[in-house]
Write a protein that binds this ligand. Structure first.
Ligand code: SF4
Ligand code: SF4
Length: 197
């Protein structure tokens, strides 16, 4: 009786894991099964030193049905979406897209995570692009410090960067701001139709 209960639990976990991997594959449009662990993705990833699971291990964990270990870690939030992994993969595994799918699933399931500063920075970065059509670093830094509660973070760097012209006090809007807004609107429509993450 005890063992049949255990078997049932095991089966439901397996079903859940298969369902999770299927969802990742659907959202990303890429198969995780194609990966043969050559490691080329991780060798080229600029962020792998900061990840507890480098990109090839993320795929391996998914192949083993250990999606919960992937979602529990910070790797997916440290991915910079640079697509180096996707370009280097000899087996056409679109790891950048898989990372996108994992971030969406993590957010949907858990909301903000312990890596919420990364999420906050991503969100503010995108908001800035939408408002100005370009990056406005001073505003980005100020908004990040306010919203993360780290009011004095990197404050002393500001005057130095301003004096060297690396930071602008004021930023004008990109003259193509209407087209950029159009891109955001199209992405929102695609999201509503389930065509984009
Ligand atoms: S480069 Fe492609 S095949 Fe090689 S480990 Fe990475 S995802 Fe797998
Ligand atoms: S897209 Fe992400 S995982 Fe892939 S190489 Fe860039 S930072 Fe690394």
């Amino acid at each position: 009786m005890q063992s049949s209960k255990k078997a049932k639990m095991h089966l439901s976990n397996e079903t859940m894991n298969v369902g999770f991997v299927k969802k990742v594959e659907e959202l990303s449009g890429s198969s995780v099964r194609r990966c043969f662990q050559c490691g080329k993705c991780s060798a080229g990833c600029p962020m792998s030193a900061f990840m507890e699971h480098p990109p090839n291990r993320i795929v391996r964990l998914l192949q083993l049905g250990q999606g919960e270990r992937v979602l529990a870690g910070r790797s997916i939030w440290y991915c910079a979406s640079c697509e180096t992994c996707t370009t280097r993969c000899p087996n056409k595994v679109n790891l950048a897209s898989i990372m996108d799918a994992l971030r969406k699933l993590s957010w949907d399931a858990n909301g903000p995570s312990k890596e919420s500063y990364v999420q906050l920075a991503n969100r503010l970065f995108i908001e800035n692009i939408r408002t100005y059509g370009r990056q406005y670093e001073l505003r980005l830094g100020a908004a990040f410090n306010m919203k993360s509660g780290q009011f004095l973070k990197d404050l002393m760097l500001g005057p130095k960067l301003l004096s060297k012209g690396k930071l602008k006090m004021f930023q004008s809007k990109n003259k193509n701001i209407a087209e950029i807004e159009g891109i955001f609107k199209r992405i929102e429509e695609m999201r509503k139709k389930g065509e984009a993450l």
